[in-house]
Design a protein. Sequence first.
Length: 131
Amino acid sequence: MEKDDTNETTHTRGTVNRRAVLGDAHVDRAVDGTSEFDADFQDFIARYAWGEVWDRPGLDRRTRSLLTLVLLLSQGHDEEFEMHIRAAITNGVKVEEIKETLLHAAVYCGVPVANRGYKLAKRVLNELGVI
């Protein structure tokens, strides 16, 4: 698939991907909360993260979701981790796959990191009614 590399097109693709992964409500809150101060940042993440990286054909959304969970968890980004637990479910990741990913993280990121991940994921998955 050849892509038009204009910023506007990349931003549009990014917004479509961001909405598909995180949901309209989340994106609407982010857009509605955008000010002159953070407008450039919002544009950057729409284009770069969502319009470029999440739009690449090399990995499917399920795989990207699982990778994103471990990366966010390993860096202590709990709020983003919880948001991406929701996104993983939206992307078709099964609860069993999240459990396995967190167990894998225990080996490579450390038991305390995985322990925190299980706690956070359990809360979100309970809220979603999937466990």
